[in-house]
Design a protein around this ligand. Structure first.
Ligand code: PLP
Length: 457
């Protein structure tokens, strides 16, 4: 035996660590989670009993309140404002129709979304058709309906020139412009570039085609933009294009569309400050955009309509995900892990956000740093990497906050069905707005060739 292998294995004494209850965190606030036992006065427990767990909940009251405060921020600063609801952020019909009732147009990025807006009853001329993928048939239909077609690239522009040669109506078009707004990496894959004069070239081509009318200029500079200054840069570049169009052709552009991208109050993964402290808020964004346009030098009668396609910041706060604790376990390194009955399959934004999770019932004030997992048999299925939560027991319910944006459109069907979505109306009544999927939802789409219908084992 060598000396080395004879060396004793080092012994470390087990330690008993005091559980921290309600200690200060780095922001000087107590790591304490008040239970979220009710949403808009409706008991979480009742919703789970009636609609199952997990279950998405949308607060109609919060949707309307958020819309109205966004509108107010812009309307009080600028004479002509129009919101267009970004369908891809949440295209459940009931959600879209709340925004349409409030006065929002529709902003769609695919033929499917376009069809959805039409079926919801949005007039064709109040649909903005964005995105790089519009088929010839979809473009024809959009021209017929007098929708606002936002051209993304030269190939689409050439398609339109060809289509409008034979169409009865002129096409109402805008171009999407991408530009350097001081936020990197640049979003230059959509639309025509401003700095390289590509956008101007597209404008020249459109202005020389008498079957198309250039009605607007559009940009969407990114998503979750934490600086409102980027919007004043974007607005001034769109104004510059509009101004030069006026100079060269004596044509006033009807609208400037500043797109979406305002940050919600969610906390991005790895960020130092909580989202509620780092998000600029509607007033800041509105001030940056409207003061730039107002100061640019348009004549009063030439001031363009200002369109906004705010998605995330409009709907995030109104969405909740209710779930249930399946199990607790200790990982090999001693960390506590809690497994929930919802995973990244339905909470896609867990990849980007540190979602706030609250217990839905009274709890012990002993907290512990823990990992929160979903139920998928996949290593990536982590809801929170590390979060200080009170100890939850099997069967306890939790509420995940601010999940209204992008989850109910980006969710994926993987080993489980998508759950019910309900909406609590302003009177506190609960309505189912999307049915939970069943095995038939899926197998109904499958076909078995004759020779694969049976087998013997
Ligand atoms: C996704 C998208 C929006 C909405 O963006 P948010 O970041 O959710 O506000 C608006 N306009 C266009 C063109 C989009 O693609």
């Amino acid at each position: 035996m060598t000396a080395e292998s004879k060396a004793k294995v080092r012994y470390e004494r087990p330690i008993i660590r005091k559980m921290n209850s309600g200690l200060m965190n780095k922001f000087g606030t107590r790591t304490e989670y008040a239970p979220t036992s009710h949403i808009d006065s409706v008991p979480v427990k009742r919703i789970i009993q009636e609609y199952g767990s997990p279950c998405f909940v949308i607060s109609e009251r919060t949707l309307r309140k958020t819309y109205q405060s966004a509108l107010r921020a812009f309307k009080t600063r600028y004479p002509k404002v129009q919101f267009a609801w970004s369908y891809k952020t949440n295209y459940i019909d009931a959600v879209c129709n709340v925004f349409h009732q409030e006065g929002s147009w529709a902003e769609v990025v695919s033929g499917f979304e376009y069809e959805k807006a039409i079926r919801n009853g949005v007039p064709g001329n109040k649909i903005i058709f964005n995105g790089p993928d519009k088929s010839t048939d979809e473009l024809k239909r959009a021209i017929e309906n007098e929708s606002l077609i936002h051209i993304d690239h030269f190939d689409e522009l050439y398609d339109l020139i060809e289509i409008t040669e034979t169409s009865k109506k002129k096409a109402k078009v805008a171009i999407r412009v991408n530009m350097d707004v001081g936020v990197y990496p640049l979003w230059d894959r959509f639309g025509f570039n401003y700095e390289s004069y590509q956008a101007w070239q597209a404008i020249v081509k459109i202005m020389n085609c008498d079957r198309m009318e250039l009605v607007g200029l559009h940009c969407h500079i990114g998503t979750f933009m934490l600086t409102s200054n980027a919007y004043s840069v974007a607005a001034s570049k769109l104004c510059d294009l509009a101004y030069n169009i006026k100079l060269k052709w004596n044509k006033s552009i009807q609208y400037l569309d500043l797109g979406g991208g305002f940050a919600s109050t969610n906390t991005l993964r790895g960020s130092y400050l909580p989202g509620s402290d780092s998000s600029p808020g509607f007033d800041d964004y509105a001030e940056a955009i409207t003061s730039t346009i107002l100061n640019f030098g348009f004549k009063q009668e030439d001031l363009p309509l200002l369109i906004l396609e705010t998605g995330r910041a409009m709907v995030d706060d109104a969405g909740y995900l209710l779930g249930t604790v399946l199990a607790n376990k200790r990982l090999s390194d001693g960390r506590r892990a809690t497994i929930m009955d919802f995973g990244v399959n339905i909470l896609f934004t867990a990849f980007w956000y540190e979602h706030k999770i609250s217990p839905a019932q009274e709890f012990t004030h002993h907290t512990e740093e823990m990992v929160v997992y979903g139920p998928l048999c996949m290593n990536i299925d982590k809801i929170r990497e590390s979060v200080s939560l009170p100890l939850l027991s099997r069967g306890d319910h939790v509420v995940v906050h601010k999940v209204g944006a992008y989850n109910m459109t980006q969710w994926m069907q993987f080993i489980a069905m998508r759950p019910n979505v309900v909406m609590i109306d302003a009177k506190g009544e609960v309505h189912k707005i999307r049915e939970r999927e069943t095995i038939d939802t899926l197998t109904g789409l499958e076909l078995k060739p004759d020779h694969l219908k049976t087998f013997k084992l």
